[in-house]
Design a protein around this ligand. Structure first.
Ligand code: THU
Length: 138
């Protein structure tokens, strides 16, 4: 899960997820797609709320869906898509939420952040260095 076709496939999945975003307040629909070692892809989109602070980011929704379906690790890649001027990187809370799932399988997923014209590649460990995770409690 690291060549160009893998990247493009996951970005397309995130773009499709973005079409289901519920973002009437910010107007910024975001889609996220998670790729797992077993070949499955789980997507999510942001879900806003009239009580703005209760809104859920696309990455958090995707992690909740994946963990609710039984995934515990194996997270190899993440794509985030938004039709913003610059590719959107996961917010701080989403970095922490993604880290929990990644840490369970001891992976450091590549993170592709995309808009209509660009894809920026990074790693979760670069976005969240020295992370606090499950091991930190032992
Ligand atoms: N948003 C995400 O879905 N993911 C991020 O990583 C950054 C922000 C959403 C939250 C809110 O619904 C909208 O983008 C504007 O902040």
């Amino acid at each position: 899960m690291s060549d160009d076709s893998d990247r493009d496939e996951l970005v397309v999945a995130a773009r499709h997820a973005q079409e289901d975003a519920y973002a009437p307040y910010s107007g910024l629909g975001v889609g996220a797609a998670l790729s797992f070692a077993d070949g499955t892809v789980v997507t999510g989109s942001n879900v806003e709320n009239a009580s703005y602070g209760l809104s859920l980011c696309a990455e958090t929704v995707a992690v909740a869906k994946a963990m609710g379906e039984g995934h515990r690790g194996g997270l190899q890649a993440v794509a985030v898509f938004a039709a913003a001027a610059k590719p959107v990187t996961p917010c701080g809370r989403c970095r922490q939420v993604l880290n929990e799932l990644a840490a369970l399988g001891d992976t450091d997923p590549i993170v592709w952040c995309a808009n209509d014209s660009d894809v920026v590649a990074t790693r979760l460990s670069a976005l969240l260095p020295q992370a606090f995770g499950p091991d930190s409690l032992s």
